[in-house]
Ligand binder design. Structure first.
Ligand SMILES: Cc1cc2nc3c(=O)[nH]c(=O)nc-3n(C[C@H](O)[C@H](O)[C@H](O)COP(=O)(O)O)c2cc1C
Length: 432
C-alpha cells in the first residue's frame, strides 16, 4: 500500500428507522448521496444492527435462550457473562446478541452471513451511485487485555481486510516479520468515532483510503478470524478444566497428530514420585493395531461375561454399551512404567508405593484429556485395558514393563456435552 496522506470520516444522516424487509442498499445509497456523496474509492461503514433489523434478525426472545442458540462454543464464562464463539467463528460477548436500541423483549442477532450482506449492499449501493465502493459491516467487541470496546469488521466486500507487510523493510532496513495490518478493523474503529450509537448515525463514509478498495468482493471479514489451530487462547484460563468432559460420540474428522503431540507434552508435566517420569502413551495410528486391540479386548470381555454366567443376549447388550472406543477416530493407551518404584520388604509399603505411581498416572491422563479439550478434541478415558491387561499387552506388543491403564478414545465431539450443574466444593470437603 502506498499510503494515503489523509482520510476523512463523514456521517450519513437522515436514515429512517430500519425494519424487517427494508431494502437497505438503496436507502443507504440515497442518504449517502444526499449527504457526503459517494465517490470512487469510498468505503461505506455500516453498523450491523441496521443490517440485522433489515434482514429480520430482530426477534422477541429470552436473551439467554438467544445466546444459547447463537453459540457454537463457550470460550469463557464469569457469572452471567458469556464469551462465545458464533457460527461465523466470531468470538464475542453474548454471541453478538444485543438488546440495545431495541424495544423491551426484543434482541438482535448478528446477520446470518455478514460477508454476504456486505456483498449484497455493495452491489446495490454501487449500482445506484455508480461509484466503485467498499463496504464494511461492523459490530462492537471488547478486547480481552484492553479496557473498553471498539468496533470491528464482521463483514466486508470490496475492501482488503488485511494488508500484509511481512517481508517489507522498515525505515531502518529491518525486514518486517509479523506485521499484518487488520485494516478493515481499523476502518471500523475509525468510523465508530463518528457514528457512535448515542448519536444515532449507523452509517459513515470513509474517504481517502481508495487504495484499499478492490474490484472483486474479496475474502471478506472472514479473513480476520484466526483459525482454531493458531488460537493460543481458545478458552478463558478459568474455563480450561471444565472444558474436559467425557465424550462418547465423535465425528469422522481425523485427529491432528500435532494436537496429540501437544497434549502428550502437557500430560508428561504431571507430578510423579521420586522425580520419576513413569508415563508412556501408545498412539494407535494404524487401523490394524486399533482393530486388533479392540477385537482381542472384546473377546476377553465376552469370555469374562460368559464365565460370570450371563446369557448370549445379555452379553450382546452389555458389550454394545462399551462401544465408545470403537467409535473414536483415535485411541491412545496410557501406560505406566513403574520401574522407579522403591522395593520394600513388606507388602504394605509396596502397595503404597504402587498407589503413588497409579495416582501419578491419573494426573498425567487428566492433563492429557484437558489438553485435548483445549485443542477442541473430545475424549473418553475408559477402563477396558485395565480389565484385560495381558490381552492388551499382547495385542499392542508392549515392552514387558509397560502397564496399560485403560484406554482413551479421542475425536471431534459429535455434539456439545450436556450442561453439568456446578458442583458445590463444600460437599467434597471435610475441615479439621
Ligand atoms: C479410570 C476411569 C475409567 C473409566 N471407564 C469408563 C468406561 O469404561 N466407560 C465409559 O463410558 N466411561 C468411563 N469413564 C468415564 C466416566 O464415566 C466419566 O468420567 C463420568 O461419567 C463423568 O463424566 P465427565 O468425565 O464428563 O465429567 C471412566 C473414567 C475413569 C476416570
Amino acid at each position: 500500500m502506498t499510503g494515503a496522506a489523509q482520510f476523512t470520516v463523514l456521517p450519513v444522516t437522515g436514515l429512517p428507522e430500519i425494519t424487517a424487509g427494508t431494502d437497505l442498499g438503496p436507502l443507504i445509497a440515497d442518504a449517502a448521496m444526499a449527504g457526503p456523496g459517494l465517490l470512487d474509492g469510498d468505503i461505506l461503514v455500516i453498523t450491523s444492527k441496521i443490517v440485522s433489523k433489515a434482514e429480520d434478525r430482530v426477534i422477541t426472545a429470552d436473551r439467554e435462550a438467544a445466546i444459547d442458540a447463537e453459540t457454537v462454543r463457550v470460550v469463557a464464562r464469569r457469572g452471567q457473562t458469556r464469551i462465545s464463539q458464533t457460527r461465523h467463528g466470531l468470538v464475542m460477548a453474548a454471541a453478538g446478541v444485543d438488546a440495545s436500541n431495541l424495544p423491551p423483549g426484543a434482541v438482535a442477532l448478528l446477520p446470518v452471513d455478514p460477508d454476504a450482506s456486505a456483498r449484497r449492499l455493495r452491489k446495490a449501493i454501487s449500482a445506484r451511485s455508480g461509484a466503485k465502493l467498499g463496504v464494511i459491516i461492523t459490530d462492537t467487541m471488547g478486547r480481552p487485555w484492553r479496557n473498553g470496546q471498539t468496533d470491528t469488521a464482521i463483514g466486508a466486500a470490496g475492501v482488503a481486510p488485511l494488508v500484509d507487510y511481512r517481508g517489507e523493510k522498515d525505515t531502518f532496513g529491518n525486514v518486517l516479520e509479523v506485521t499484518v495490518a487488520a485494516v478493515a478493523d481499523e476502518i471500523a474503529a475509525a468510523a465508530d468515532l463518528i457514528k457512535q450509537k448515542a448519536t444515532g448515525v449507523p452509517v459513515a463514509v470513509v474517504r481517502g483510503l481508495g487504495d484499499l478498495v478492490t474490484d472483486e468482493p474479496g475474502p471478506g471479514a472472514a479473513a480476520l478470524i484466526r483459525p482454531a489451530e493458531e488460537d493460543m487462547f481458545r478458552l478463558g484460563a478459568a474455563d480450561v478444566l471444565t472444558a474436559r468432559r467425557t465424550v462418547r460420540e465423535f465425528t469422522a474428522e481425523p485427529v491432528s497428530a500435532q494436537a496429540v503431540r501437544r497434549a502428550i507434552a502437557a500430560a508428561v508435566t504431571a507430578p510423579a514420585p521420586h522425580h520419576s517420569q513413569p508415563w508412556r502413551f501408545v498412539v494407535l495410528e494404524s487401523e490394524q493395531a486399533r482393530i486388533r486391540l479392540l477385537d482381542d479386548m472384546l473377546a476377553a470381555w465376552r469370555s469374562d461375561l460368559t464365565a460370570d454366567g450371563f446369557t448370549a443376549e445379555q452379553i450382546a447388550k452389555r458389550v454394545r454399551r462399551g462401544e465408545p472406543l470403537r467409535k473414536a477416530p483415535l485411541i491412545i493407551v496410557p501406560c505406566l512404567v513403574a520401574d522407579a518404584a522403591h522395593a520394600y520388604p513388606d507388602a504394605r509399603r509396596n502397595a503404597s508405593e504402587r498407589t503413588m505411581f497409579v495416582v501419578a498416572m491419573g494426573a498425567a491422563v487428566e492433563n492429557l484429556l484437558v489438553a485435548l479439550a483445549v485443542e477442541g478434541l473430545g475424549s473418553c478415558w475408559v477402563s477396558s485395558t485395565l480389565f484385560c491387561r495381558d490381552v492388551a499387552v499382547a495385542a499392542l506388543g508392549l515392552p514387558a514393563d509397560w502397564e496399560p491403564m485403560g484406554a482413551v478414545g479421542v475425536g471431534h465431539p459429535l455434539a456439545p456435552a450436556a450442561e453439568r450443574p456446578d458442583r458445590d466444593p463444600e460437599k467434597f470437603v471435610l475441615r479439621r
